[in-house]
Design a protein around this ligand. Structure first.
Ligand code: NAD
Ligand code: UGA
Length: 346
C-alpha cells in the first residue's frame, strides 16, 4: 500500500514512519516542513522525505494525496503554551490548513487517518466516567480561556470529517491520542520559555537534566493517562490493518491503567532520574500558578480517562505500565542528549 504522512517528522510521525517502513509492506512517503526527527529515528537507513508545507504547497499536497492509498494527517501545533501565546496560528494550521489535506482526500476518494485529540473532550464536568467516543459530551470553558482554542479547532474539524463521511462518502478514522510519551517527544528546553514550553514529560525531563525545579501547574492535581509511544504505534498499525471495522470511527488511543496526577508523575520522574541516571541529582518539585506558567486564560482538563473498547475489540491492548513508560522514555533522552540537542536545538 502507498501511505503518505503529513507532519511525518513530529513525535508520533517519526515513530510511526519507522515502524511502517520497517514492516516492509508499504511504500511510505514522508512529508513535513523539516526532517530532523526522521533523521534521528532512521539513523542511517534511507527514508522517502519531501519538504511539504501544507499551508503553502496545496497543489503538491493534492498530488501526493492522489498518488496515495492511505493518508495520515499529523501536522499541527500541539503545545498548550502555544494555545495561549499564538492562538490564531493554532487555528490556522490545525483547522484551515489540515482542512486542505482532508478536502484532497474527499476529492480523490482516499482513506484518511486524521489526528484529533483527547483534548476535544475538554473537562469532565465532575463525572468519573471514562471518555467514550460516541457518547461523551465535549465540555469546554469560556472563550476568554484561550486554552480551549486548540480543542475547539480540532473539534470542528472532527465534525467536518464526520460530515464528509455522511455526505460525500469519505472513508476515515479519527484518532484521539491520550498523552503519548516516548523517544522524540518534543525536545529539551534549556531555558524555560512561557510562550513555547514543551509538553509535560519533556518539560520535566529538561528540568531534571538542566537542574531546574520541576514546576507543578496549580499544584499538579490534574490527571492524565500516559501512553508509551510503542503501544500507540501498535494501535495505529491495528487501525491500518482493520479498514472496515475502523472506517468512519472515532477511536481513543490510550492506556487507562497508566493514570497519574501530574504531582505523582513528577515524583516518579524525579525518583527514576536519581535512581537510574544521576544519583547525585537533588530534584526540586514546586507548585506554580497557571497564570505565571502559561499566562492569563489557562484552564485545565482535570482528568482524561479513555474508554478503549473499540481498539480492544480488534485485538489491541497496551503493554507498557507507567514505570516502564517513564523509564524507557527517560533512557532515550539521557542516552541521546547530545544528538537531540544538535539536531533539535534546546
Ligand atoms: P508534533 O508537534 O511532534 O508533530 C507535528 C508535526 O507537524 C511537526 O513535525 C511539524 O513540523 C509538522 N508541521 C507543522 N506545520 C506544518 C506544515 N505547515 N506543513 C507540514 N507539516 C507541518 O506533534 P505530535 O505529538 O506528533 O502530534 C501529531 C498529531 O497528533 C497532531 O495532530 C496532534 O494534535 C495529535 N495529538 C498528539 C498527542 C500526543 O500525545 N502526542 C495527543 C493528542 C493529539
Ligand atoms: C496536550 C495538548 O493538548 C496536546 O499536545 C495533546 O492533544 C495532548 O496533550 C495529549 O498529549 O493528549 P496536556 O495534557 O494538557 O495537553 O499537555 P501537557 O503539557 O502534557 O500537560 C499535562 C498536564 O501537566 C497539565 O495539567 C499541565 O498543566 C501540567 N504541566 C505541564 C505541569 O504541571 N508542568 C509542566 O511543566 C507542564
Amino acid at each position: 500500500m502507498k501511505i503518505c504522512l503529513f507532519g511525518a517528522s513530529g513525535f508520533i510521525g517519526s515513530n510511526l514512519a519507522l515502524r511502517l517502513s520497517e514492516s516492509g509492506a508499504h511504500e511510505v512517503q514522508l512529508c513535513d516542513v523539516e526532517d530532523a526527527k526522521l533523521r534521528l529515528r532512521f539513523e542511517n537507513a534511507p527514508f522517502a522525505y519531501e519538504k511539504v508545507d501544507i499551508s503553502k504547497d496545496t497543489d503538491r499536497v493534492d498530488e501526493l494525496v492522489r498518488n496515495a492509498d492511505l493518508v495520515f494527517d499529523l501536522a499541527a501545533f500541539v503545545h498548550p503554551a502555544m494555545f495561549m501565546s499564538k492562538p490564531l496560528d493554532v487555528v490556522k494550521l490545525n483547522f484551515f490548513d489540515c482542512l486542505n489535506v482532508i478536502q484532497s482526500c474527499v476529492r480523490h476518494n482516499k482513506r484518511l487517518i486524521h489526528f484529533s485529540t483527547s483534548e476535544v473532550y475538554g473537562k469532565t464536568g465532575g463525572s468519573d466516567a471514562s471518555f467514550k467516543e460516541n457518547e461523551t459530551d465535549l465540555i469546554l470553558g469560556p472563550i476568554e480561556n484561550q486554552r480551549w482554542i486548540y480543542s475547539c479547532a480540532k473539534q470542528l474539524l472532527d465534525r467536518m470529517i464526520f460530515a464528509y463521511g455522511v455526505e460525500q462518502g469519505l472513508n476515515y478514522t479519527l484518532v484521539r491520542p491520550f498523552n503519548f510519551v516516548g523517544p522524540l517527544m518534543d525536545k529539551f528546553a534549556k531555558n524555560w520559555d512561557r510562550s513555547d514550553n514543551p509538553r509535560v514529560f519533556a518539560n520535566f525531563m529538561s528540568s531534571l537534566v538542566y537542574d531546574r525545579p520541576l514546576q507543578l501547574v496549580d499544584g499538579g492535581q490534574s490527571r492524565r493517562c500516559f501512553t508509551y509511544i510503542d503501544d500507540a504505534i501498535s494501535a495505529l498499525e491495528a487501525i491500518v490493518a482493520h479498514p472496515n471495522e475502523m472506517n468512519r470511527q472515532i477511536v481513543n488511543v490510550g492506556n487507562p491503567r497508566n493514570e497519574a496526577t501530574i504531582a505523582d508523575f513528577a515524583q516518579l520522574m524525579a525518583d527514576t532520574y536519581v535512581k537510574h541516571f544521576d544519583p547525585s541529582a537533588r530534584p526540586v518539585i514546586k507548585s506554580v500558578a497557571s497564570s505565571d506558567f502559561y499566562g492569563k486564560g489557562y484552564e485545565d482538563c482535570d482528568r482524561r480517562m479513555p474508554d478503549i473498547s473499540k481498539l480492544t475489540s480488534i485485538g489491541w491492548q497496551p503493554q507498557f505500565g507507567l514505570e516502564e513508560t517513564v523509564m524507557k522514555s527517560m533512557q532515550y533522552f539521557v542516552q541521546n542528549k547530545t544528538r537531540l540537542v544538535e539536531l533539535l536545538g534546546e
